[in-house]
Design a protein around this ligand. Structure first.
Ligand SMILES: Nc1ncnc2c1ncn2[C@@H]1O[C@H](COP(=O)(O)OP(=O)(O)OP(=O)(O)O)[C@@H](O)[C@H]1O
Ligand SMILES: [Mg+2]
Length: 583
């Protein structure tokens, strides 16, 4: 994994010294470890031949104790260096991943599920950390320890005996390589299954009310059981593979033991090696077992980590569709003259045009109302204006600058937006409203709320502006949420204000009041107001009626009434409905 110069490489590179230090201390620990069997061997030989005095024994024991002390300190150090680095890398990656995620555009989020994205932050990062922490230690330790122990066995005990132990071990190496790939594949599937599972849970929680309203709990539970089963099966496949590999590993290790003990015993009995060396040899053999098992573990961890890196890499490789042009125009701020010049747009190549050759001019200080049937392209129009997508053809200009030449931060700073589906964060109302202007004073926040006609509602809550929204907080009504969302946009006092059907959930009296406030505070600023009700748009400077992404009608209220076209019909129909309601 480290060989692949992907996203991970740069993070590892940053911590190279820590890793080197960690591996160096690990090397020392391994090296010192080698002497312990030799010391015990010396004691055995010394005692069998009665050549060792009690002082001699104590001296050797002291050596063992010193070695043990070095090993203990070394172990603390390599943990600190390597585990510490892996945690730091995990932390940095998680931050960078989040920063990257927020640069990605609407289209990316349309195409990727929330649960899937969440899994990157949890399971995948965890797997990755393990592969650059514990797995590095195990792999390095296994290789170094094996090499050192084998070397010691050869020079201190017996060459032929050592070669014998190599036979079963070569099986382990080949097997490790062979099973590693299988592990990686199964782990990738396992992670993917988990992502699906998270998705299902996430969607069921968000859609909980719809599920209840349509009495689909059982169906939903069945669907969940299916995904859960799939997840279990994928986990079982990993377990099965492990269940095959691990005992096989044990068997090979056992075999290795049996072979060497038989042959080593023979060598000791025939006095070709001393008893002490035979004892040392057995200890060495014991020291080989752990690295072998650890190697197996690290193979699985590294496979898992590789699968995770691939998944994470996708996020980092994603080029945000909308980015700043390297040669942006130099601008201080926007004043709000908007021009749509022959703009066409479709969400995907095989989809029909959502905006079709639209020409439109909105002067600074004007209020444009946009009407049209659902799906006519109203939201799409403002999506393009906010540059959530770029037009497929044509050009949008603000103050004469092509949108693509305006720095994104400036463009969005000078725009305030009330989305069609209002969204509040689980934070206090005051913080929610000050979201776009963090340094706003309480008086400003309250004024924005008065303008949005939500102040009275807020002060009625027991905690007023400190009321927490959402989880474990107060749940606001649809209309209250919508008006908080309007207040948030008003507070920003931006050059361009966009209200996407933002008065749909308020009664007509309140609507009238809000419209009046808007007229006052937006006097010489540009406002775009999407609406369904004719009453909402009566006082707009210009009205655009969209149909299938095209301009169907455009003009002032009087002009459109005179024309007796679509708008006129809508007006009459809604008047009639109003009368019927009032009767
Ligand atoms: N993310 C998307 N991907 C693909 N098609 C989309 C996407 N969003 C909208 N559309 C399509 O584009 C067309 C215009 O949608 P848009 O949301 O602009 O309509 P609208 O006028 O805002 O409707 P409404 O009044 O219901 O809000 C519709 O046909 C819709 O299906
Ligand atoms: Mg819409």
């Amino acid at each position: 994994m480290k060989k692949k110069k992907g996203i991970l490489f740069s993070y590892l590179w940053k911590h190279k010294f820590s890793y080197l230090l960690g591996l160096f201390t690990l090397l020392i620990v391994d090296y010192v470890n080698l002497f312990i069997p030799q010391f015990t061997g010396e004691i055995t030989d010394g005692l069998t031949s009665a050549a060792l005095s009690i002082d001699g024994v104590i001296a050797i024991i002291m050596k063992i104790l010193i070695a043990a002390l070095i090993i203990t300190i070394g172990r603390v150090l390599w943990r600190f260096f390597i585990f510490g680095s892996s945690r730091k890398i995990e932390y940095a990656l998680r931050n960078d991943m989040f920063s990257k995620l927020v640069t990605l555009t609407q289209r990316y989020y349309n195409e990727h599920k929330t649960g899937d994205l969440m899994t990157h932050f949890t399971n995948d990062l965890e797997a990755l950390r393990q592969s650059i922490g514990p797995a590095v230690i195990s792999a390095f330790d296994a290789i170094v320890m094996t090499a050192l122990v084998l070397y010691r066995m050869m020079v201190y005990v017996d060459l032929k005996l050592t070669l014998l132990t190599l036979i079963p071990m070569s099986f382990i190496a080949v097997g490790g390589y062979y099973f590693g790939e299988a592990f990686e594949k199964r782990f990738a599937e396992k992670q993917e299954a988990f992502a699906k599972l998270s998705d299902q849970v996430q969607e069921s929680i968000s859609g909980e009310r719809v599920i209840k309203a349509f009495v689909q709990e059982e169906k939903q539970a069945e669907a969940f059981a299916k995904v859960n089963l799939y997840n279990k099966n994928k986990n079982m496949q990993v377990v099965k593979l492990m269940a095959t590999v691990m005992p096989l590993l044990d068997f090979i290790i056992g075999l290795s033991y049996a072979l060497t003990i038989v042959y080593g015993g023979y060598l000791a009995i025939t006095s070709q090696i001393t008893l002490g060396r035979f004892v040392a040899f057995n200890q060495y053999l014991g020291m080989l077992v752990w690295p072998m098992i650890a190697l197996g573990d690290s193979i699985t961890m590294i496979s898992q980590g590789r699968a995770a890196v691939h998944r994470i890499q996708h996020i980092f490789d994603e080029v945000p569709e909308i980015q700043d042009d390297p040669h942006c125009d130099e601008l201080e701020n926007l004043s709000g003259d908007i021009v749509f010049d022959h703009v066409s747009f479709s969400y995907a190549e095989d989809l029909p045009l959502a905006i079709d050759q639209l020409d439109l001019t909105i002067k600074k200080g004007e209020t444009l109302a946009v009407l049209g049937r659902t799906g006519a392209g109203k939201t799409t129009l403002v999506n393009l204006l906010m540059r959530l997508y770029d037009p497929s053809a044509g050009e949008i200009r603000i103050d004469g600058h092509d949108l693509r030449k305006i720095p994104l931060h400036l463009l969005r700073e000078d725009m305030a937006y009330v989305p069609q589906d209002s969204f509040l964060f689980s934070d206090s109302l005051a913080n929610n409203i000050a979201f776009g202007k963090q340094d706003a004073s309480m008086a400003e926040i309250m004024q924005a709320c008065r303008d949005a006609c939500v102040h009275d509602n807020i002060v009625d809550f027991p905690s007023g502006y400190e009321t927490r929204v959402g989880e474990r907080g107060v749940t606001l009504s649809g209309g209250q949420k919508q008006r908080c969302s309007i207040a948030r946009a008003l507070l920003k006092d931006a050059a361009i204000l966009i209200l996407d059907d933002a008065l749909s959930a308020v009664d007509t009296d309140t609507e009238g009041q809000i419209l009046e406030n808007l007229k006052r505070i937006r006097q010489d600023k540009t406002t775009i107001m999407i609406a369904h009700r004719v009453s909402t748009v009566q006082n707009a400077d210009k009205i655009l009626v969209l149909e299938k992404g095209k301009e169907a009608e455009y003009g002032t209220f009087d002009e459109l009434m005179e024309k007796q076209g679509i708008f006129y019909e809508m007006f009459n129909k809604q008047q009639l409905e109003k009368q019927l309601r009032e009767d």
